[in-house]
Design a protein around this ligand. Structure first.
Ligand code: BV8
Length: 263
């Protein structure tokens, strides 16, 4: 059943010249990829994602952390983009000057047709050497998790860098690490100059990423939120659509398309 949009909820998107779609883990939830708020499953149930996603955890137990990322990579490879990802790509077609900024490390936006999402927190598909020069490293052919279920997807020794023999690490931004400068700069530039920022599926608690919708609001953009739950970003949203990405976004895009079609 189509989501019942409040009247005029799509008007800002229908009139926008420059749009930002800012997404978090909730965007991929309906593709079966767990969010950071979800309890981990199987072997991982006794770990806290916030503890595993740190340089300290990798230093202490590289096999455990690499195994976790391989398990996550296998789950993403088995997942499919959901109607929310597809609707996001449809927004890019509807409003050519659209920038997708994601906190997610999966590739579901790309697989849904988004041209070049800005990955603020890196990617599961870009491992690199742990050494300073951070040589990109090849992904192991079949992620360990592909064959083993979550409760056997435990420790997996990380590969070694072909150039220097150092450990290869996941290509993500861990807690306590700086975000990639180019990505953060591109995200801020998009946020200060957009007419509408659509924040989808984020709890808005991890900084500096969570600053992006606030920067847009301070710069005069209309901020719209899609989330089944309240978040700290409620206070900067002009329009709050309580619902899931796969349910709300297609309805929002259809209504915006109608609005544009009638202008
Ligand atoms: C840094 C990659 C400094 C790894 C991730 C103030 C300023 C700056 C930093 C800080 C600060 N205060 C605290 C900090 C430190 C820290 C931080 O923010 N901590 C938080 C916990 C308070 N920040 C950092 O450490 C950052 N680095 O600051 O470095 C520095 C500077 C210079 C030099 C050196 C150091 C780095 C943060 C990045 C961490 N890496 N990911 C990996 O994936 O393994 S963060 C990770 O968690 C995600 O990428 C995401 O960003 C975050 C989880 O948030 P969400 O995506 O929102 O997901 P979440 O599960 O929380 O929520 C899901 C939402 O979806 C919910 O609201 C739910 O209701 C909704 N939902 C559910 N289902 C659906 C749905 N919505 C729609 N549809 C559905 N179906």
């Amino acid at each position: 059943m189509e989501y019942a949009l409040p009247p005029d909820a799509a008007a800002p998107l229908g009139q926008a010249r420059r749009v930002v779609v800012f997404t978090g883990a909730g965007m991929s939830a309906e593709s079966g990829v767990p969010t950071f708020r979800d309890d981990l499953t199987g072997l991982w149930a006794r770990f806290d994602a916030m503890q595993l996603a740190t340089p300290e955890a990798f230093h202490t137990d590289p096999d455990l952390v690499w195994g976790w990322y391989e398990w996550r990579r296998a789950r993403v490879r088995r997942a499919k983009p959901n109607p929310g990802h597809l609707a996001t790509a449809a927004i890019e077609a509807l409003v050519p000057d659209t920038v997708v900024i994601t906190q997610n490390v999966d590739d579901l936006h790309e697989r849904a047709g988004s041209r070049s999402p800005v990955h603020l927190h890196g990617s599961l598909f870009a491992p690199r050497c742990i050494a300073e020069d951070a040589h990109p490293a090849a992904l192991p052919e079949t992620p360990h998790g592909e064959t083993a279920g979550p409760d056997e997807g435990g420790r997996v020794p990380p590969p070694r860098c072909r150039h220097c023999g150092a450990l290869v690490r996941p290509g993500v931004v861990w807690f306590g690490e700086a975000l990639p400068e180019a990505a953060l700069t591109a995200a801020v530039e998009a946020a200060v100059s957009c007419d509408v920022l659509l924040t989808v599926g984020t709890s808005g608690v991890v900084y500096p990423a969570a600053e992006i919708p606030r920067i847009a609001a301070r710069s005069g953009a209309t901020v719209m939120q899609v989330n089944p739950e309240p978040t700290p970003l409620d206070e900067v949203c002009a329009i709050n659509l309580r619902g899931t990405a796969a349910h709300v976004l297609p309805a929002l895009v259809a209504a915006a398309r109608d609005a544009i079609g009638t202008t």
